[in-house]
Design a protein around this ligand. Structure first.
Ligand code: UGA
Length: 446
C-alpha cells in the first residue's frame, strides 16, 4: 500500500489536471503549477478549464489536497515532480521540447532528493538529455523517471484510475520504487524498464493504435469498391482473440492532440536516426486522404459544391471532448469553403471560433440542417443517433446524410427517407427513396 506523498505538477493542462486530481484522489497532497494566471484563478475558483467527464467532480472532491500556484518555488515541498507540459510538433515534425526545458529551468533548488517524472509524450532519448541537463545544472539530487500516460480524452479520469498497465522507466531502482508506490492503491500490471524503452512504449502504443485505424479505413475503402460492409467485417475480424475488437471503427480518420503529433514525432525520430519508417508514413498518408473522402461523397450526390449548403454535425475530434486540435472537421470545413460551399456547423460542446472562420456556428442540430443540401456526421455524438428523423428530413433542402462515423443504421436512415452514405458500407442510397423522389432531392415538404 502506498503512503501519502507530496506531488508537484508542472502544467495545469489536460494531462496535468487529470494526473493531479487522480493522485489527490489516491490520497496524495498535490500542488499544480501553471504559468497562465487565468487558468490558476479559474481552478482556485473551482472551475475546470476544459470539458472532461468526471474531472470537475474529482477536482471538487479532493480540493483539500489540491493547491494551484503560479510560483514554481512552491514545488520545493514536493517529493515527486511530474512534467505534464505540452510537446507540440515543430515545423520539422520533431517534438518541441521547449516547455520541458522551461520546466527544468524553473525547478526549485532543494536539499533532499526529488524525483522528476516525465508524463508528457517525448522522443526516445529525452530522458538521457534531461539527465545530462540536470547534471550540468548541479542538480545531482534530482532523479529521473519516465512514466508515460495512456489516457484517452473523454475517459481520462477512468483510464488513470483503471489503467491496463503502469509503465515506469528509471535510471535508478530507488526512484522506480518511489514512483510505483504513488500508484499503490491502483491494481494494475507494472512494467518496470529502462528509460528509453518506457519512452518507446508510449510512442509505439499510439503508433499501433493509429495503424489499426488506418488499416480498417483502407479495408473500408475496399469494402465500398467491392460491396462489403466494414462494420460487419470489423466485427468478424475483432472476434479473433489474437486481433481483438478495439480501434477497428472505420471513419473519417483520427485526429486529436496526440495521434497526429505523435505519429509525426516517431516518424521524424526514426528518420533522424537514418531509418525510413515506411509503415508509419503510409498510416499518416491514409489518414490524411480519409478526411477528404467525405468531399468526394458529397460531390457524388450534389455535383459541384459551389453554393451548396452543408451541415457539419460534431466538430470536436471525437465525442466526449471539446478538443478541436487536429479535428477532421477543420479539414472538411476549409475544403468545403474552398469549394464555395456554405458551411453550417454544430457541436454540443466544442467552440472552434477562429479555427473555423467562414463557417456559421449553430446552436442546435435543427438550425444547422435547415435548408441544407447535406448533413455530415463528423463526430459520433450520441445526440446525433436520431438524426434520421422526420423533423430533420423536412427541414433539409435535400435529405442526404453522409455518416463519417457509421453512427446510424443505414437501412433505418433510408427507410426514413434519406439518401445515406456511411464509410465502407454499401453506397447505393437511391433505390430506397420513396417513389417519385429523385436522387437526394427533398422527399416531403411540410
Ligand atoms: C489517444 C490514446 O488512445 C491514449 O491511450 C493516449 O494516451 C493518448 O492518445 C495520448 O497520447 O495522450 P485520444 O487521442 O484522447 O487518446 O483519443 P482516442 O480515443 O484514442 O481517439 C483518437 C482518434 O482516433 C480520434 O480521432 C478517434 O475518433 C479515432 N478513432 C479511434 C477512430 O477513428 N477509430 C477507432 O476505432 C478509434
Amino acid at each position: 500500500m502506498g503512503e501519502s506523498r507530496t506531488i508537484g505538477i508542472f502544467g495545469a493542462g489536460w494531462v496535468g489536471l487529470v494526473t493531479g486530481s487522480c493522485f489527490a484522489e489516491l490520497g496524495h497532497e498535490v500542488i499544480v503549477r501553471d504559468v497562465v494566471p487565468e487558468r490558476i484563478e479559474a481552478l482556485r475558483a473551482g472551475r475546470a478549464p476544459f470539458h472532461e467527464p468526471d474531472l470537475p467532480e474529482t477536482l471538487a472532491r479532493n480540493r483539500e489536497r489540491l493547491r494551484y500556484t503560479l510560483e514554481a518555488g512552491e514545488l520545493a515541498e514536493a517529493d515527486v515532480l511530474f512534467i505534464c507540459v505540452q510537446t507540440p510538433p515543430t515545423y520539422s515534425g520533431d517534438a518541441d521540447l521547449s516547455y520541458v526545458w522551461t520546466a527544468l529551468d524553473d525547478l526549485p533548488r532543494v536539499e533532499g532528493r526529488q524525483i522528476l517524472v516525465m508524463k508528457s509524450t517525448v522522443p526516445v532519448g529525452t530522458g538521457e538529455k534531461v539527465r545530462a541537463a540536470l547534471e550540468a545544472r548541479g542538480l545531482t539530487n534530482v532523479g529521473y523517471v519516465s512514466n508515460p500516460e495512456f489516457l484517452a480524452e473523454g475517459r481520462a479520469v477512468h483510464d488513470f484510475l483503471n489503467p491496463d498497465r503502469i509503465v515506469i522507466g528509471a535510471f535508478d531502482e530507488e526512484d522506480a520504487v518511489a514512483v510505483e508506490r504513488l500508484y499503490g492503491k491502483i491494481e494494475a500490471e507494472v512494467v518496470r524498464t529502462d528509460v528509453a524503452s518506457a519512452e518507446m512504449i508510449k510512442l509505439a502504443a499510439n503508433a499501433f493504435l493509429m495503424t489499426r485505424i488506418s488499416f480498417i479505413n483502407e479495408i473500408a475503402n475496399v469494402c465500398e469498391a467491392v460491396g462489403a460492409d466494414v462494420v460487419e467485417v470489423a466485427r468478424g475480424v475483432g472476434l479473433d482473440h489474437r486481433l481483438g475488437p478495439h480501434f477497428l471503427r472505420a471513419g473519417i480518420g483520427y485526429g486529436g492532440s496526440c495521434f497526429p503529433k505523435d505519429s509525426l514525432a516517431l516518424k521524424q525520430l526514426a528518420s533522424n536516426s537514418g531509418y525510413h519508417f515506411q509503415l508509419l508514413a503510409a498510416v499518416i498518408e491514409v489518414n490524411e486522404l480519409q478526411k477528404r473522402r467525405v468531399i468526394q461523397k458529397l460531390e457524388k450526390h450534389l455535383g459541384k459544391l459551389r453554393g451548396k449548403k452543408v451541415a457539419l454535425l460534431g466538430l470536436a475530434f471525437k465525442a466526449g471532448t471539446d478538443d478541436m486540435r487536429e479535428a477532421p472537421s477543420l479539414v472538411l470545413a476549409s475544403r468545403l469553403l474552398a469549394e464555395g460551399a456554405e458551411v453550417r456547423a454544430w457541436d454540443p460542446v466544442a467552440r472552434p471560433g477562429e479555427l473555423m472562420k467562414g463557417a456559421t456556428l449553430c446552436d442546435t442540430v435543427l438550425e444547422a440542417v435547415r435548408g441544407a443540401d447535406a448533413a455530415v456526421i463528423v463526430t459520433e455524438w450520441e445526440e446525433l443517433r436520431d438524426l434520421a428523423s422526420d423533423e430533420v428530413r423536412e427541414a433539409m433542402a435535400r435529405p442526404l446524410i453522409i455518416d463519417g462515423r457509421n453512427l446510424l443504421d443505414p437501412a433505418e436512415a433510408r427507410r426514413a427517407g434519406f439518401a445515406y452514405e456511411g464509410i465502407g458500407r454499401q453506397s447505393s442510397p437511391f433505390e430506397t427513396l420513396p417513389e417519385g423522389a429523385e436522387q437526394a432531392t427533398k422527399v416531403s415538404t411540410s
